[in-house]
Every structure is written in C-alpha cells, then in structure tokens.
Write a protein that binds this ligand. Structure first.
Ligand code: NAD
Length: 470
C-alpha cells in the first residue's frame, strides 16, 4: 500500500511513499521507547548540544527544504523559507532548554527533606496537520527530545515529505536513530499511534473533530493529551485605529497561505463609523492579490492543499453568497498550466445574518466575514460569539481600551495593533474548541515533563509515615 503525495500547484503526483502498517507503527514505537531509556540517562547538556546542532544542519539546507515544502503545500517560498528558519530556531531554543529544567526543594518540618525531580514521560506522540509541515515537525520533536522523551511523529498524509528530510538531518546530527520515528499515512496510522500502549503523551495539532476522536481514544488508557485546534479568530477594529496598518495586517492574517492558518483572523468586527472606510481598503487589497503558482514572482496567494479542501472552501463561498454580499473577490489564475491546481479566490463577505455559518465555523480557506458594532460592549460580545478561542486581533490607539479588550476577549493569544507574530518563547494554545494545553516557552517544559516528589526521612526517631488517627 502506498501514500500518493500531490503538488497542489498543478494537481500532479509528486511522490509515492510506502504506507506505514499498524505492525510497523508498534515496532517503531517500541524501538523509540527502548532508545528513550538511554537518551534520558544522558547528561542534559549533552542532549542539548546535539539538539541545538540540528539548527545548523537545517540552516545549511534552507533552500532545498523550503522548495520541497512549497511544492508539496503550494505555499509561497518566502513563507516556507521563514518557517524552515523558525524550525531551526526551535532546535536551537529547546537545545538551550535541555539542561535548565530543574526541580525544587520544598521546605517542611525538620524531619523531612523533600524535592521534586522533573521526569520525561517516555514516548511523546506528535500528530500534525498539513499547513506548516516542517515547522510543526520541529515544534513537536525538539521539545520532546530536549526534556528527555522519544518522539514518534505522524505528519499529515498529504505533506509527509519534509518530515522525512528532518529525520535524516537528526541522524546526521548524531541523535540516536530509533529515538525519533516518522510514520506515513492518514487517520488509520494516527489511530494506531494513539492506541499504542507504548505512547505516554500525545501532543496533537489539527481539527477539533480529530481532537475529539483522539481524546476519546486516549481516555481509554488515561494518556495525557495536549490539543492545538482550529479557530474563528476576530480582528476587532475600533474607530481610533490606524486603518491602513490594520487593513494590511488583516489581509495577510486571513489570505496568506490561502487562508490555511489556525490563527486566520477570519472575522472582521469593526466599529460602524469606520466600517465603510476599512472595507474599502480591504476590498482594494483583495482585488490586487495575484492567485497562482507560488514559484512565480508576483504571486501573493497559492493554492489550497488538496482538491477536497478546495471543494470545501468553494462550497462555503457558494453557501455564504446566498445569505450575504460579496464585497470583493480576487481573480483566479489565468495560466492554463495551473488548471489542475487547487485554487480558490480570496473573498470578503459583508451584510451577513447573525446566524451565518461563516461567522461560526472554521473555513480554513481565504474567506473574511465582516460584522459591525456600535460600542465596546458589543465589540466584546461579537468577538466572543464563537466556540473557538485561539487568537484575536485588537486595533485601537487607546491603550486602556486595548487592554480592557485583551482581558475580555476569550482567546489563548491576543495581538494588539499587530497580528500573526509568533515565537518559540511565547506560550501558545487555545480555549474551548481551540483546544487545551500550551506549547512553547516555559510551558513546553511543563508539557513534556512531570514532577516526581521525593520524601526522605531525616530524623532517626521519626514515625514511619502517618500514625493512626492523623
Ligand atoms: P485533521 O484533524 O484532519 O488532521 C490532523 C492530523 O491528524 C493528520 O496527521 C491526520 O492524519 C491525523 N488524524 C486524522 N484522524 C485521526 C485520528 N482519528 N486519530 C489520530 N490521528 C488522526 O486536520 P487537518 O485538516 O490536517 O488540518 C487542519 C486543521 O488543523 C484546522 O482545523 C486547523 O485550524 C488546525 N490547526 C491548528 C493549529 C494550532 O496550532 N492550533 C495549527 C495548524 C492547524
């Protein structure tokens, strides 16, 4: 059985890979478990040095990785280059973390010495989606290894190619071969990973539907799970905002990567007094977007990842056109060579009824829906009118209002007068349907280790534990 990998640029076959069987998944996870025991015994500085050295190897191959990633995902080279460099940054960052995770000593009565020791879980499974394949692979592998775990990675079936390159780079850096496993395939392979008795922690990035299935299966064995899921993030623009700056960021924040971003700012929540001016600025930008081959200079938006995703987005656009007004739409590529590619026109909708599905459900495509408010209270109410809670943008020149909004908006990340800036140093995760658990920064150390509490009796005459009645 094979996994066919396509390029969404022309819809052509890029590669065919052998599918990992359920038996191979279990063999791989057992090998990772065996390798983890030796890995966790190594001095953390030695682990950190090896992990950080992966960064240099990635940096020496940026063009090759970015080109393959762009061919497989249809994303602009400028985007994939940045993501590859961020992946290198992840290895450098978590390499530095490896020998800085320490336990604590807890003061008690004089009879006991008590300390905690942060321990790795064992085998951490990373299951990732197709929108940022190389960077997400790095984001799962680097912290898992830094804190002494093995990592088994299940990339998305449509975009496994750069994860395989990364596996080679880890080997050349001297990371033990069995410590990191990469499995090829889709839902069935993911299910086998989640159900394996040798997986101790699951860190998932993907849709809320898959998140639920994984959480249900993990609950059978009470395996801890962290979930980075989807979003329906609002861009809240007040009457005192810099509208030109907001328009630029809103355009990039929903149309880059053809809208395939968990943090896509897909709902514009704008004050009535600047509604017309801002929508005009956005419409002008959308009409100016060039949709086409991501390798051609001048292209702003590439294709969607699969024909299925394209069809879902086009159906969403059609459904929404029946209830709302299309304010602006970009043109489809004119080049006949791209007629087999999976393109979708970036589109802005306005005049929507409050129950329009586009205001509630994640599209994961280049679609912006506009709603209007009259006062700050209504802005909060509209921003929070979603079961997702991944991110929010707030645009205002009033610092008090900015922070009142930041506190009131239900989201894991809030950007004020900016959008879509991310860093390994800053915790990231969602609320509600956007998931639970946090990755990045100090939160990564908490996610990938668990403290063991050790009690030692110091007083020779002290009772051995509680006496009856205590
Ligand atoms: P998906 O949930 O369909 O698939 C994600 C991964 O899970 C893939 O590797 C897939 O093969 C695997 N999978 C599918 N069913 C499984 C099962 N039952 N058990 C185990 N694994 C299974 O998501 P997608 O369509 O690839 O990606 C798009 C979604 O990901 C969007 O909802 C998007 O918002 C979300 N996303 C979230 C973040 C974040 O950080 N919060 C980042 C990127 C994407």
């Amino acid at each position: 059985m094979t996994q066919v990998v396509y390029s969404p640029i022309e819809g052509s076959v890029l590669r065919e890979l052998p599918l990992t069987t359920a038996a191979e998944v279990e063999v791989g996870i057992s090998a990772a478990r065996a390798a983890q025991v030796e890995w966790a015994r190594r001095h953390p500085s030695e682990r950190g040095r090896l992990i950080a050295s992966v960064a240099g190897i990635i940096e020496s191959r940026v063009e090759e990785i970015a080109e393959l990633e762009s061919r497989n995902t249809g994303k602009l080279l400028s985007d994939t280059r940045r993501e590859v460099l961020r992946a290198a940054g992840s290895f450098r960052y978590y390499g530095g973390w490896a020998d800085k995770v320490v336990g604590e000593m807890i003061p008690m009565d004089g009879d006991h010495l008590i300390y905690t020791s942060p321990e790795p879980y064992g085998v951490a499974a990373g299951i990732i989606p197709w929108n940022v394949p190389f960077f997400f692979a790095a984001k799962k592998i680097a912290p898992a290894l830094a804190f002494g775990n093995a990592c088994v990675l299940k990339p998305a079936e449509d975009t496994p190619l750069t994860a395989l390159l990364l596996k080679d780079m880890l080997r050349s850096a001297g990371i033990p071969e069995d410590l990191v496993q990469v499995f090829i395939g889709g839902r069935e392979v993911g299910e086998a990973v989640v159900a394996s008795p040798n997986v101790d922690l699951i860190v998932f990035t993907g849709s809320d539907a898959t998140g639920r299935a994984i959480a249900r299966s993990a609950a059978e064995r009470l395996v801890p799970v962290a979930m980075e899921l989807g979003g329906k993030s609002p861009q809240v623009v007040f009457q005192d905002a810099d509208l030109e700056k907001a328009a630029d960021a809103i355009t990039l924040g929903v149309f880059a990567s053809c809208g395939q971003m968990c943090i896509a700012g897909s709902r514009l929540v704008v004050h009535r007094s600047v509604h017309r001016a801002l929508v005009d600025l956005l419409a002008e930008r959308v009409r100016g977007l060039t949709v086409g081959d991501p390798f051609e200079s001048g292209t702003d938006v590439g294709p969607q990842i699969t024909s299925l995703q394209r069809d879902k987005t086009l159906a969403f656009i059609e459904e929404t056109s029946k209830v709302g007004k299309v304010v602006a739409q970009a043109s489809m590529p004119g080049n006949p060579a791209l007629s087999g590619g999976f393109y979708v026109p970036p589109t802005i909708f306005d005049d929507l009824p409050p129950d329009a599905r586009v205001l509630r459900d994640e599209v994961f495509g280049p679609v912006l829906a506009v709603t209007t408010f009259d006062d700050d209270e209504e802005a909060v109410e509209l921003a929070n009118r979603t079961d997702f809670g991944l991110a929010a943008g707030i645009w205002t020149s009033d610092i008090g209002r900015a922070h009142r909004m930041a506190a009131a908006v239900r989201a894991g990340t809030v950007w004020i007068n900016t959008y879509r800036v991310l860093s390994e140093l800053v915790p990231f995760g969602g609320i509600g349907l956007s998931g639970y658990g946090r990755e990045n920064g100090t939160e990564a150390a908490r996610l990938y280790t668990r403290p063991k509490s050790v009690w030692t009796s110091l007083a020779p005459g002290a009772p051995a534990g509680f006496t009856m009645g205590q």
